[in-house]
Design a protein around this ligand. Structure first.
Ligand SMILES: CC(C)(COP(=O)(O)OP(=O)(O)OC[C@H]1O[C@@H](n2cnc3c(N)ncnc32)[C@H](O)[C@@H]1OP(=O)(O)O)[C@@H](O)C(=O)NCCC(=O)NCCS
Length: 152
């Protein structure tokens, strides 16, 4: 089995749409939103491949917040049958490395309070909660904002 990560391209759009639908129901990004992310230079999009098949992806942006730039993870998806093999963590590591190369020192994201697999993954990778967003996804479903300070 050969694993690698590369930048996502516009040709990957349909695969990303399928994986997003497998990973999320109500909160899935639409095809139009994913297309926008792939086309915009403000976003960093990476795909994970197993034997050249796309099995997951990460999409995040680089935002200007006052005098600083920050990375913002929008979505991290791994197909069900490829989970718990370290691929999600590898995508996150690669995304962070690109941020560091670009001089970005902070990365943040929102995650559902009840998304235990994702919260454990982010915690293991050094992300810490700093804010709760009440009713963020739907009434009574809060998000936790997590943040990590990156080392150059
Ligand atoms: C969250 C997700 C990306 C994790 O991907 P993955 O490739 O399975 O994660 P990894 O194998 O890199 O796991 C890294 C760590 O995350 C935690 N973790 C992952 N899946 C877990 C699960 N089902 N239950 C508990 N902890 C889990 C563990 O701490 C794991 O480390 P360990 O294997 O040493 O115990 C994947 O479950 C997924 O795509 N979920 C649906 C989409 C989603 O919720 N994305 C996050 C949105 S913010």
């Amino acid at each position: 089995m050969e694993f690698r990560i590369r930048r996502a391209t516009f040709e990957d759009l349909n695969s990303l749409v399928e994986i997003e639908a497998e990973c999320f129901t109500d909160e899935a990004f639409t095809k139009n939103q994913l297309e926008y992310c792939l086309k915009s230079s403000d976003f960093v999009s990476l795909v994970a491949l197993v034997d050249e098949k796309i099995v997951g992806f990460i999409i995040g942006s680089i935002e200007i917040l006052g005098n600083e730039t920050a990375g913002h993870v929008y979505t991290l998806d791994i197909m069900k049958e490829y989970r718990k093999k370290g691929f999600g963590g590898k995508l996150l590591d690669s995304f962070e490395s690109i941020l560091v190369e670009k001089g970005v020192r902070t990365v943040y994201l929102e995650v559902r309070v009840d998304n235990i697999p994702a919260r454990r993954l982010y915690s293991k990778h050094g992300y810490r909660p700093f804010k709760t967003l009440k009713d963020y996804y739907e009434p009574k479903v809060d998000a936790v904002m997590l943040r990590k300070f990156l080392r150059p």
